[in-house]
Design a protein around this ligand. Sequence first.
Ligand SMILES: [Fe+2]
Length: 390
Amino acid sequence: MPQYLQRGSFPPKRHTIHPNVPGYRQEGIYYEEVITTQGFSRAYSIVYHLRPPTRVLRIEAAGKTPIAKADESALRHVHLKTASIKPHGDPITGRVPLMFNSDVVLSRCRPETSQQELYRNTRADEVLFIQQASGRLITMFGILPFRAMDYIVIPKCTTYHLEFDSAEARPDMLVIEAIGDVGFPPRYLNPDGQFRLGAPFCERDLHGPIELGTQDVEGEFAVRIKDGENWTRYIMAHHPFDAIGWDGMVYPYTFNADDFEPITGTIHQPPPIHQTFQASGFVICTFAPRMLDTHPQAIKVPYAHSNVESDEVLFYVRGQFGSRRGVEIGSLTLHPHGIPHGPHPGTIVASRSVDFTDELAVMVDTFRPLQLATAAIPLDDPNYPFSWLD
Ligand SMILES: [Fe+2]
């Protein structure tokens, strides 16, 4: 979880009166909402609202979106050219699930329109990796600016509205839905809960909402709620972003991939040095631009490897990828458990005279096998499993 943060006003003691005269129904208070994780045992935030957050006018079933599993039984390497996905929908409805298991869903999203309704995911923390665009994530916690190469981490049950800067290039995102909580690798933190000096990033690189933007409006406000594959529309009696203050450790935040400080060595360092986030059943890693290995006999691209208990997904974001041929910006590769993968022919020799790589990629390693969704098949490069031949 990110560090403790506070915005706006709150009373000096928890669960005591925060005066607001006359206040809603002349009750004279702001209304407390406690957002807890892992029952009441882990990180939490306490938010103070103008009105109770429970004022629901109507509830409507809003359909189902089960992910269709591709009829793909062969164990093989996969290369999806996702830059060809046609822009459609909005930042929520335009998501295209491509790979999934019981811990995580990986989708690409190239929205065509702005977000049409407020949205809330009740089952999954969301990590939005912004490949292209800038803007603001608006929640009851306030306004969170974001820019290209940001990971936006959104705790489950955070109602949000994603706004893009209209002058920017077309928004393009990788959406990671995590059933478990998204946090940081425990080895990066000292026993006092602070990032260790040797960790590849620290508290200064994590950015929470900068200001509240309190909405004091009665009316009808629709919130589209995703609960697994089921959707529900709640019509609220006031705007849900009516918080006047909060404190705690549960809130949306950003981390920019360009703030990742790569760890390098005289010889090749294994993928865990790139780890950025940890969730139940998978990790997220950032392959950031970095100096290559300095040993005079170093082989500067990774070894072929069989990661026997893990499926490796790479999203190619920016730059040239030294160990791969044929991938492009926006490519998504899946190197599954149980079979080896490694550098493409010619890349070992080509890397000998190179001292630095400008590649930026996001890796998702899962511990349970991933399934392909039907939407992945039209993007599939069928020759990829054979691309290691000369
Ligand atoms: Fe690998």
